[in-house]
Design a binder for this molecule. Structure first.
Ligand SMILES: CC(C)(COP(=O)(O)OP(=O)(O)OC[C@H]1O[C@@H](n2cnc3c(N)ncnc32)[C@H](O)[C@@H]1OP(=O)(O)O)[C@@H](O)C(=O)NCCC(=O)NCCS
Length: 139
């Protein structure tokens, strides 16, 4: 993800989440030394993105979305597999994420990619307030 991708990324973000990240959040994310942010591009158009961070041997997926017109085409699966490879190069051994308890679509995606449920963060999300399921897989 480069600065010029951010307007398209922010548009997908707006269409994907009740409390979307701001444009500034993406700008600051791509300049952090421990961050890896990638976009999926089709014919020059950004159609999805993933943001992760790494600390020691742990990676953490912070954000993932695919443009509504391009869902169910394995774009998210491709983005997660790609970030796993990138985190492997950073010597990460474990990968974590949080997902809204009601987001069964994303949970199904992650289960299909070998993530397991390991716990719950109570009232982790706001607007609407909701628990997060914590998921993890080995890298
Ligand atoms: C969740 C999301 C990223 C999935 O993106 P995607 O590119 O459509 O997902 P994929 O095509 O790679 O799907 C891979 C698998 O995930 C599961 N899956 C994805 N979308 C699904 C849906 N709408 N219903 C049921 N299962 C679904 C399926 O198992 C699917 O495999 P299959 O198509 O062979 O059945 C996308 O729906 C999205 O952007 N949602 C809004 C943002 C969001 O919830 N992000 C995750 C935050 S934790």
């Amino acid at each position: 993800m480069h600065e010029q991708d951010i307007p398209s990324v922010a548009q997908i973000e707006q269409n994907s989440f009740p409390t979307p990240w701001s444009t500034n959040s993406f700008f600051s994310e791509i300049h952090k030394s421990r961050s890896i942010a990638k976009v999926a591009v089709l014919d020059g158009t950004v159609i999805g993105y993933i943001c992760a961070e790494h600390v020691l041997d742990e990676g953490h997926i912070l954000n993932l979305a695919v443009h509504p017109d391009y869902r169910r085409m394995r774009i998210a699966e491709c983005l997660v597999k790609n970030i796993v490879e990138a985190l492997k190069l950073k010597k990460c051994r474990f990968l974590y994420l949080e997902v809204r308890a009601s987001n069964l679509t994303a949970q199904r995606l992650y289960k299909g990619l070998s993530f397991k449920f390991i716990g719950v963060r109570k009232n982790y999300y706001l607007a609407p307030e909701e628990d997060a399921a914590i998921m993890m897989r080995d890298i």
